[in-house]
Design a protein around this ligand. Structure first.
Ligand code: 2M8
Length: 434
């Protein structure tokens, strides 16, 4: 904890640290013990960013335990199951992903999902190293030496197996891979799916969460992927959901830059990572930049066109350190307009407030989330946009002071929603407070 914190900030820091302590299983941090009792890859990366400020040893164990689930082709699954828990602890549990027969590429001793999530782990590992106090710097570099091959394999998988259009961008094959599950951005490709007559509808539709109809589509997509053992050739040509998402690719790009730095720190060649980052940078602008709207939008590869709804993901390419100044300015204008921060007391809402699909209470369809705020804050800071960075810093801390470390928040009045004591909400407050 920084010695510069005020009394009020110290209390907030301690409360956030208590949440991470409570959600620590001994090897990893669960997003929220009741609602999400396993290990999620995106949540673990954010948890590691927070643990770097609190328990550095745990941050390292968090990342190592996540990579126990890595597949032999480099795919880092979005879910690593805790096999000590009963089957019904979470839907969808291990059986949905493999139906009794695991693909040869999945690990033998660990149960995982067959999807991935935004690859934030290299950025998290670099931040962990950068925050090491001088006496720990060499030990921290040793940790990076251990992790580098896993991170390199993860990025190699994305470049080889997920660049479905050969464009330099990685495609997601399921809304869960975006991290923004029921974002209105996915409404059109999901509506175009032809579902089998028998609905899968699991018994999991609490308030604020996606509906049973959404779940039918999610489970149908998993069933298709599972039947083809998540084969990259199937993803490329036949799978009906294939989208190039600006947030996923902005995180990929930022992590690729981080990987180049990790390569340098650990005696590997950074050049391939820099080349890949340059390619992703160009492809983001060529394929996802919408010059009329002045923001990035997701591209549906099955229709080869941009998806209509503007969401918080549209701002994620601020994470690109080389984003041209003109694009940064247009993104900032939109972010500060009445469609986002200008009308929300607690920005950044996950969806354009003026879009028909906006819903202030519904999960990824409107509420403000701490993790997307952190990504935009981090990007704005890197571009020297202190007005935006300060706005997000202030509104994020106001949210947790007012409502606690909730999963997500009403963007107008800051009411907390979803799970309580959510790990990434706590972890990122630790990082913001420094
Ligand atoms: C949510 O996603 C899971 C599926 O992966 C769910 O709805 O059950 C999303 O918010 C996702 O971004 C997050 O990683 C996960 C755990 O917090 O929950």
């Amino acid at each position: 904890m920084s010695s510069r914190l005020t009394g009020d900030e110290t209390a907030l820091w301690q409360a956030a640290a208590r949440v991470l302590d409570a959600n620590w299983t001994g090897t990893a941090t669960v997003p929220s013990p009741g609602l999400y009792p396993h290990q999620w890859s995106l949540d673990s990366a954010f948890a590691a960013i927070g643990l770097a400020r609190h328990r550095r040893d745990r941050a390292e164990r968090e990342l190592l335990s996540l990579f126990r689930g890595q597949w032999t082709d480099g795919m880092l699954p979005h879910l690593v199951f805790d096999d000590r828990l009963p089957r019904h602890a979470y839907f969808p549990g291990p059986e949905l992903w493999h139906g009794g027969r695991r693909p040869g590429r999945s690990p033998r001793l660990v149960q995982t999902s067959g999807l991935t999530q935004p690859p934030l782990q290299a950025l998290a590992a670099l931040r962990l190293h950068e925050s090491a106090p001088p006496p720990e710097a060499e030990r921290s570099r040793d940790f990076l030496r251990v992790l580098y091959p896993c991170l390199a394999a993860q990025h190699h998988y994305l470049a080889e197996s997920r660049d479905l259009a050969g464009s330099g961008l990685a495609a997601i094959c399921h809304p869960w891979e975006s991290g923004l599950d029921n974002s209105p951005a996915w409404d059109r490709p999901l509506a175009a799916l032809r579902l089998p007559p028998a609905a899968y509808a699991p018994d999991r539709t609490p308030r604020d969460l996606p509906t049973g109809e959404d779940y039918d589509r999610y489970v149908h997509l998993v069933a298709l992927l599972r039947a083809r053992e998540y084969d990259p050739a199937y993803l490329r040509s036949d799978h009906p959901f294939a989208v190039e998402d600006p947030l996923f690719n902005a995180v990929y790009l930022a992590s690729e830059h981080a990987l180049a730095e990790i390569a340098e720190l650990t005696g590997h060649d950074p050049a391939p990572h820099r080349e890949r980052a340059a390619r992703t940078h160009t492809a983001l602008l060529d394929r996802l930049w919408d010059a009329d709207e002045g923001c990035f939008r997701a591209r549906d590869l099955r229709e080869d066109r941009l998806l209509p709804v503007v969401t918080v993901a549209s701002f994620a390419p601020l994470l690109d350190p080389e984003l041209p100044g003109a694009a940064v300015r247009r993104l900032v204008d939109l972010l500060l307009s009445a469609r986002f921060a200008g009308a929300a007391g607690y920005p950044v809402p996950t969806c354009d407030i003026q879009a028909a699909a906006f819903d202030r209470a519904a999960y990824w369809r409107g509420p403000t989330w701490i993790n997307t705020n952190w990504l935009v804050w981090h990007g704005a800071l890197a571009h020297g946009h202190t007005v935006v960075a300060d706005l997000l810093y202030g509104s994020t801390l106001r949210l947790v002071r007012q409502s606690g470390f909730r999963e997500f928040f009403d963007p107008f009045d800051g009411t907390g929603r979803g799970g309580h004591e959510h790990s990434w909400s706590a972890a990122l407050v630790l990082d913001l407070l420094g």
